[in-house]
Design a protein around this ligand. Structure first.
Ligand code: PLP
Length: 413
């Protein structure tokens, strides 16, 4: 194999032991979990942080002056600090805590975009987006008379940046792009895109869902306006996520949800709102989940992204090489810069049949359209199989996956 061995400092067996679920079997076979782009597994420290919260600190946030209320508030606000550090925000107040990317993008769609859009305006996105970065824009476009345009990609699965830039015409009021494609693994040149958007005074939203689990993100260095991401793909509990936005944007945006926690004073003569980010956080949040987010970020820190990247990129190269040797296998997405996501098709076999048979071998991969219909339409396929890797995967697991694939392929031929 050409792929060089990864850094030996990465103690993979110790790391795997931190993830209780990885030790289980499925259909009597050792689990090979390759569906990390869908959701990641959680280390014991995250599970314990959630457990500890309910056992010792459970109370509501920002409402009680008693000890437990203070502890719960500290856990929740502590997550804001952790997240601000994680993406290098200039201020913790630039982080709105949400239930995930979907909520984060919808917040921008309804609170930032909708009040600004009018007939004839446009929102620019790309062909490779997840539906979460398409449908909210279509909904607000339908209400305002604006349109949604998509910048094209090439066969390799790379955004055609020149076309994206050409499409940044004066009627475009917002541009939206994935940092990393959930289907192709393509890493988009967000800095360059942000520079072009800034030149034209067009704000840029980046969907960072598939980037934050794999690479250090610095929102200031990227130069975007909004960065949306989700917790459950980055070791954290489900129902957690964040929207980072430049302070001036958050200040200019009206609240999206109304209710408790987000007000200063309420009367029937008029209600005044809390400062950002609290004005966007109506109701009781997922406090225990956010206790887990801090533990997840601490876990990433304990490994360091340098070591994570070395391991994952090595694994990606190894898995790609091994899959290329499988007869009739076609990889969809061969961008020069990729995170460890491999979509593929196998001649003569349906993706869903393959995924079902692979499951019987203990291998969890995803089949389907991956919430990216326009991308499937571009490649002219209804579905792909997708193996998505994390830093706790191993070469032995890739080997087991390929052996299973060759076995089920025979059954289907
Ligand atoms: N954007 C991308 C690129 C994704 O991969 C996903 C999840 O698969 C989402 C958005 C939606 O994330 P969530 O369901 O956590 O809101």
């Amino acid at each position: 194999m050409n792929a060089p061995a990864a850094a030996t400092v990465f103690d993979i067996q110790r790391i795997r032991a931190d993830f209780p679920l990885l030790a289980r079997t499925v259909h009597g076979k050792p689990l090979v979990y390759l569906d990390n782009a869908n959701t990641s597994q959680k280390p014991a420290s995250v599970i314990e942080a959630v457990d500890e919260h309910y056992r010792r600190h459970n109370a509501n946030v920002a409402r009680a002056v008693h000890q437990l209320g203070e502890e719960a508030t500290a856990a929740y606000e502590g997550a804001r600090d952790s997240l601000a550090g994680f993406v290098n925000a200039a201020s913790r107040n630039e982080l709105v805590l949400t239930s995930g990317t979907t909520q984060s993008i919808n917040l921008v769609a309804y609170s930032y975009a909708l009040p600004r859009l009018k007939e004839g305006d446009a929102i620019l996105t790309t062909t490779m987006e997840h539906h979460a970065n398409i449908v909210p824009w279509q909904l607000v476009a339908a209400r305002s008379g604006a349109t949604v345009k998509a910048a094209p990609i090439d066969e390799r699965g790379e955004l055609i940046v020149e076309r994206f830039v050409e499409l940044l015409t004066p009627e475009v009021k917002l541009a939206c792009v994935a940092h990393v494609s959930n289907v192709l693994g393509t890493v988009n040149p967000v800095r360059e895109i942000a520079r072009e958007c800034r030149r034209r005074g067009i704000p840029l939203l980046v969907d960072g869902s598939q980037a934050v689990p794999h690479r250090p993100v610095d929102v200031q260095a990227l130069g975007c306006d909004f960065y949306a991401f989700t917790g459950h793909k980055m070791l954290s509990p489900t129902g957690t996520g964040a929207l980072w936005a430049k302070r001036e944007h958050l200040e200019s945006m009206p609240p999206f949800f109304g209710g408790g926690e987000m007000i200063r004073e309420v009367s029937f003569d008029g209600t005044t709102f809390a400062e950002a980010p609290h004005k966007f956080e109506a109701g009781t949040p997922n406090i225990a989940g956010f206790a887990g987010v801090t533990a997840a970020i601490d876990y990433y820190r304990s490994l360091g992204f340098e070591a994570i990247r070395a391991w994952e990129q090595n694994l990606l190269a190894y898995a790609t090489e091994r899959l290329r040797d499988v007869p009739g296998l076609r990889i969809i997405g061969e961008a020069a810069h990729k995170e460890p996501v491999i979509s593929f098709l196998l001649e003569g076999a349906q993706a869903t049949d393959l995924a079902t048979l692979l499951d019987l071998e203990g291998v969890a991969v995803r089949s389907g359209h991956h919430c990216a219909h326009p991308l499937m339409q571009f490649y002219g396929v209804p579905a792909t199989l997708r193996a998505s890797l994390a830093f706790y995967n191993t070469r032995e697991e890739i080997d087991a996956f390929v052996v299973a694939l060759l076995k089920v392929r025979k059954l289907l031929m």
